[in-house]
Design a protein around this ligand. Sequence first.
Ligand code: NDP
Length: 296
Amino acid sequence: MTARIIDGKILSEKLRATVAESVVAFVGATGAAPGLAVVLVGDDPASAVYVASKGRQTVAAGMRSYEHRLPADTAESDLLALIARLNADDAVDGILVQLPLPRHLDTGRVVAAIDPRKDVDGLHVENAGRLASGQPGLVPCTPYGAMIMLDSVLDRLAGLDAVVVGRSTLVGRPMAQLLLRADCTVTIAHSRTRDLAAVCRRADILVAAVGRPKMIAGDWIKPGATVIDVGINRVPAPEKGEGKTRLVGDVDFDTAVAVAGAITPVPGGVGLMTVATLLANTLIAAHRRRGLAAPP
Ligand code: NDP
């Protein structure tokens, strides 16, 4: 038996198409397209690729994209001043500051400066608190996308045992909160967890958000489990030529696919959902700011 592949390409295209439809209705109702501002500080090549792709997909969904590229040595006060301007700009519904920031900038202070109603990355402490206390807010894009992937293969999440490996504020913690909201019985594992393999083997839903290539092999997985691999790790790929690399997840796909019931690939899985859910969050933020009911 091999697992069903949860295809991030198909699911993200579907979500982007739904968002684009809702944007048309939003423009019809308000006369303005939702706007997303993305701020990139420095010249990290991977971040530049992400930002360009976000801009393209924002425009393709019928929204306005505002890109702000700042030099790597930007003073924190200048970055905070830009965020203040974007907070006050009525054309901007969502603000995303591309992470990681250069070391001299305090990520916590920068994220805290974003208006929580425009915090489409869902990282502001107000949105984290809203998620933890079961109130509507903006949910971090990657876990949001992972939940859509789970819903695509599972009729019912209630009562299932879910294990999230990783407890970052960006992925692990909000993922666990979303699973709890869906009535799963949730375990959060991390670097201090004892007998991680045994903990993982209990999971009907296993989410790996660790950042360690292929750490979770097939013999850590309960037969038939649904596996969401959030990890994106670049590893050497000598088979492709000298100095070449490729992306792998935190799950050892080749052994896991023989045991799991459904699994996300890397690449082609969760990563593709993240921009689509960013657009969905921007649309939600645009509705809420105008007192309109957000699309489901
Ligand atoms: P962090 O480094 O912030 O967190 C990693 C977590 O894994 C920590 O909680 C850490 O535990 C835990 N961990 C580390 N080593 C082990 C171990 N040996 N056993 C058990 N737990 C361990 O990473 P992120 O959450 O930001 O990202 C995780 C992965 O997801 C990365 O590969 C990243 O590239 C990827 N990612 C993918 C995205 C996407 O769109 N698909 C978006 C964001 C991230 P402790 O807290 O105890 O240190």
